[in-house]
Design a binder for this molecule. Structure first.
Ligand code: COA
Length: 164
């Protein structure tokens, strides 16, 4: 049994693919912190507050999962919350190179930390937050891809944006 683990990500927005990882990790650790972080390469559609709200609502029935956020380096956050385990999901070989680099850099910065990769459920292997946003933007149905609160927020966001 793992003690405390951190699942970092942009979660812009959280999808059923992320939730699959969260539920599976929650089963094998005492406490899982899902932490919204800043990826400098991304400009999120949703504000931090919106992403926190969507994540909190999506995990509210899983008793050992907590939602948080941080600025700066993941390794500094890990030290602050006294965690050494980083969780990441792998969807395809294409994820591997980026994840491998991140894991090595985090290990270099914080040698006691370990990155654990979970293979995403094949149902969600094609899914990404960008894909969900694109489908929603052009009026497609995202109900099987994201929790209800996310589907509603996407609908409102793009209705307002398209009306501008
Ligand atoms: N199911 C569905 N989609 C999944 C998924 C799964 N199981 N796992 C990943 N994804 C998708 C996400 O939807 C996302 O899609 P997008 O690119 O269209 O937005 C993409 O894969 C990866 O996103 P996410 O898992 O949210 O991570 P990220 O790559 O945006 O986040 C951080 C990377 C935030 C963890 C990293 O930048 C970080 O640690 N930042 C803090 C600063 C730092 O320490 N940097 C590292 C220095 S070494």
């Amino acid at each position: 049994m793992l003690r405390k683990a951190v699942y970092p990500g942009t979660f812009d927005p959280v999808t059923y693919g992320h939730l699959d990882i969260i539920k599976r990790v929650a089963n094998i650790c005492d406490k899982l912190i899902v932490a919204i972080a800043q990826n400098v390469a991304k400009v999120p559609l949703f504000t931090l507050e919106e992403r926190l709200e969507m994540l909190r609502e999506s995990v509210k029935d899983i008793k050992n999962v907590y939602v948080d956020h941080f600025d700066g380096l993941l390794v500094d956050y890990l030290k602050r919350v006294e965690a050494k385990i980083i969780i990441r999901g792998l969807r395809a070989v294409s994820d591997f190179e980026y994840e491998f680099q991140q894991a090595l850099a985090n290990k270099k910065l914080y040698p006691e930390c370990e990155t654990i990769f979970l293979v995403t459920d094949s149902k969600y292997a094609y899914l990404s937050s960008s894909m969900v946003k694109e489908i929603a933007k052009f009026g497609g149905c995202v109900k099987d891809l994201v929790p209800d609160i996310v589907a509603k927020k996407l609908y409102i966001k793009f209705r307002n944006e398209n009306a501008k």
